[in-house]
Write a protein that binds this ligand. Structure first.
Ligand code: CO
Length: 466
């Protein structure tokens, strides 16, 4: 890799529309621009992840594997990238090792070149199996340090984590700032220290939510970052990434020149402007492009805020919004400062809502929070205080093994369970990830096929009347 040239990962096909269009972009809205995008020279194009996989099956009646294959057929020169939640794959809980390994193999077999792997708790034990499988499948394993701030998170801790990931065989390291709270000067110090200590490419992923991400990227570039994540302008800013064209332009004719073609990028922008506008006028979503500084005070990522509003209005308690925002950091402290990323962001948010609307802290506790305290999601950044632990799980023990060690292999059982619906081996993995939603999709798919067969039959009947 040329030391100075900055690589660009374009996020429009994954994070950008997940952040701004509720993940509703369809494959047929992507395909017409793929040839142009493939000529641009991106380091990679991110196009797959938990929410896109889920939304394909749940809302779009699309097979996510089919999307991957179609995009791969068009992106002949550009590596395709996905985001994987480590042992949680694309879901919200731990899966057994046989499912994790097979999922990684099938992702690579269908066209993924780079897998960015993270664990919400930065528990490296939850990354081990997927990193190993990625490497064995011949793909690039990018291991992730989830960035957060707390009294226990500091540069030393992040460096220690990155070193562990390096030793585990990571091909590169990503700093994942999902909330957009990494400040420019902190980014400089963090990236500088990482580059001094670890001889791997470093990639930075941030969100524009608080208004800092472009400055953060620039300082990270000065500190030696190798690759940044950006989104084509019509789907940039707000809760999405900084704009691609702006960075290409900023870095042009400097030692960091990305070498990307602005004219081609403009064609890509024109295309996604139209896509964006059809989504907005269809009222499927409201575009959040402004700056939200609540995230700097409460550390609450943008997606979590809209969830909170929905939960509170359901409970007819929107007037408690401020109180819940204040409760979130307290719950987070109680739980050992987990980073607020999926699934922990939802879990902490729900507990805070319950604490406020019931009027008593931990009067109601969801099972997920109990499992978390038992250690079934992994190790919290610091141990949970005894009195909180007792309040939540009483005298029950905390496990000290890797959570997935407690899970039995599952693939063979699933195969039997859905045998009548399987049209491709990948269906087993869709079902393992989202059983009910996948099953609904399989039924829909079969109905569609049946309808088509009927049509063919009709035509045949007409052509050959008895
Ligand atoms: Co993101």
């Amino acid at each position: 890799m040329n030391r100075n040239k900055i690589g660009i990962t374009e996020t429009v096909l994954r994070d950008a529309h997940q952040s701004l269009l509720a993940t509703r972009m369809r494959t047929d809205e992507m395909l017409p621009i793929v040839d142009t995008m493939d000529k641009i020279g991106y380091h990679s194009v991110e196009m797959w992840g938990g929410a896109t996989f889920d939304a394909c099956l749940r809302y779009l009646d699309e097979d996510p594997w089919e999307r991957l294959r179609k995009l791969k057929a068009g992106f002949k020169n550009t590596p395709l990238q996905m985001l994987l939640r480590g042992q949680n794959l694309l879901g919200y809980k731990n899966y057994p090792d046989d499912v994790v390994t097979e999922f990684v193999y099938k992702s690579v077999e269908n066209g993924i070149d780079i897998i960015r792997i993270f664990d919400a708790l930065n528990d490296v034990r939850n990354l081990e199996v997927s990193i190993k499988a990625t490497k064995k499948a011949g793909a690039h394993a990018q291991a992730t340090v989830v960035y957060t701030t707390s009294p226990v998170h500091n540069i030393e801790l992040f460096i220690k984590l990155a070193k562990e990931l390096y030793n585990m065989g990571a091909d590169s390291i990503c700093i994942k700032d999902m909330s957009g709270i990494l400040k420019p000067f902190d980014a400089y110090n963090l990236i500088k220290a990482l580059k001094d200590e670890i001889k791997l490419p470093i990639q930075l992923h941030s969100h524009y939510t608080s208004g800092m991400a472009s400055m953060t990227y620039l300082k990270a570039i000065e500190a030696g970052v190798d690759i940044i994540d950006t989104a084509i302008s019509p789907l940039s800013l707000g809760t999405s990434q900084p704009p691609t064209e702006t960075f290409v332009s900023i870095l042009k004719d400097t030692p960091y020149d990305t070498g990307l073609d602005m004219k081609l990028l403009n064609e890509v922008a024109e295309h996604f402007k139209k896509v964006r506008d059809t989504h907005i006028s269809g009222n499927n979503t409201s575009l959040v492009t402004g700056i939200d500084t609540n995230v700097l005070i409460y550390q609450v990522p943008g997606g979590m805020l809209s969830n909170l509003v929905a939960q509170l209005s359901q409970a007819n308690a929107l007037d408690k919004y401020e109180k819940v925002l204040e409760e979130i950091p307290r719950v987070r402290e109680d739980l050992g400062y987990p980073p607020l990323v999926t699934p922990l962001s939802q879990m902490v948010g729900t507990q805070a809502v319950l604490n406020v609307i019931t009027g008593e802290r931990y009067k109601m506790i969801p099972n997920e929070i109990k499992d978390y305290v038992k250690g079934l999601y992994g190790r919290p950044p610091i141990p949970i205080k005894k009195e909180i632990k007792e309040k939540i799980i009483g005298n029950e023990d905390i496990i000290d093994v890797r959570p997935a060690d407690l899970l039995k292999p599952q693939l063979q059982n699933i195969k039997k369970e859905i045998a009548e619906y399987i049209e491709q081996e990948e269906d087993i993995l869709s079902y393992a990830s989202f059983p009910q939603i996948a099953l609904n999709f399989f039924k829909y798919r079969r109905a569609q096929k049946y309808k088509i067969d009927e049509n063919i039959l009709d035509k045949e009947n007409k052509a050959y009347p008895v």
